[in-house]
Design a protein around this ligand. Structure first.
Ligand code: ADP
Ligand code: MG
Length: 255
């Protein structure tokens, strides 16, 4: 059965999408079958996997509204072994359209249920808020991976995020686990990065992945070519670190 990992942090710009794209690609590189689900109306995961947002017939929006089947919503990406349920700006309206729907917390989960046996991993890129889309990601997921950017306000909002995960666990999805924390944009040369890592370790009782994703300009460049880092610059520190993270996640299958 697929491990379904929601990549979540309601702060924007912490590396959720970069992690979603490159973790998906790195898992595929290791022979895993991956489905990526873009739940952010910005659609950056979609374009980062080489899919043209303007050309899409069916996205996660049509899927959530019941206008297409889950198999119709799945498209190919530039990465062999990574399929995608894409997103575009239409998704921004989904929240309002769901008002009054029964079981609106479980809409994605019910759709993904049909196809989860076809994949080893399903990676869900969450929007930068704790809205109904993020709740749908958490009811679908088996675990939540939280990217934390190594910057001064890293801890801000984290307790709210953990509280949300706990609420979903208690009320909506008892199987949900906290996969752990991964540090992003880490810079060995700065004290700040090290301080952030120390503070999070002291304040959070959860798994912290050994792999830290360094600040690497190649990671920021790759999306404009519509490819993940292991296709854009396979030897870069960014590519190496996401490979290591993928390996660590595969090995921690007991989560
Ligand atoms: P989020 O999805 O949490 O909003 P993104 O993954 O979009 O965050 O990252 C925010 C910005 O930081 C993007 O421009 C991205 O290219 C850049 N970025 C992310 N991770 C790194 C990294 N490790 N090194 C350099 N730039 C990064
Ligand atoms: Mg994002």
């Amino acid at each position: 059965m697929a491990r379904i990992i929601a990549i979540a942090n309601q702060k924007g710009g912490v590396g959720k999408t970069t992690t979603s794209i490159n973790l998906s690609a790195s898992l595929a590189e290791k022979g895993k079958k991956v489905l990526a689900i873009d739940l952010d109306p910005q659609g950056n995961m979609t374009s980062g996997l080489g899919v043209d947002k303007a050309e899409l017939q069916n996205t996660v929006y049509e899927l959530i509204l019941g206008e297409c089947s889950v198999s119709e919503a799945i498209t190919d990406t530039v990465v062999e072994n990574v399929k995608l349920i894409a997103s575009n700006v239409d998704l921004a309206g989904a929240e309002i359209e769901l008002i009054g729907e029964n079981d609106k917390e479980y809409i994605l989960q019910k759709k993904v249920d049909y196809i989860k046996e076809d994949y080893d991993f399903i990676i869900i890129d969450c929007p930068p808020s704790l809205n109904m889309l993020t709740v749908n990601a958490m009811t679908t997921a088996t675990s939540v991976l939280v990217p934390i950017q190594c910057e001064y306000y890293a801890l801000e909002g984290l307790s709210q995020l953990i509280h949300t995960i706990n609420l979903v666990q208690e009320r909506l999805n008892p199987h949900l686990k906290l996969e752990g924390v991964v540090f992003t944009m880490y810079d060995v040369r700065t004290n700040l990065s090290n301080q952030v890592v120390e503070t999070v370790k002291q304040n959070l009782d959860t798994t912290i992945y050994e792999t830290m994703i360094p600040r690497n300009i190649r990671l920021a460049e790759a999306p404009s070519y519509g490819v993940p880092i292991n296709m854009y610059d396979p030897k870069s520190s960014g590519a190496e670190s996401y490979r290591k993270l993928a390996q660590e996640i595969i090995e921690r299958k007991g989560v």
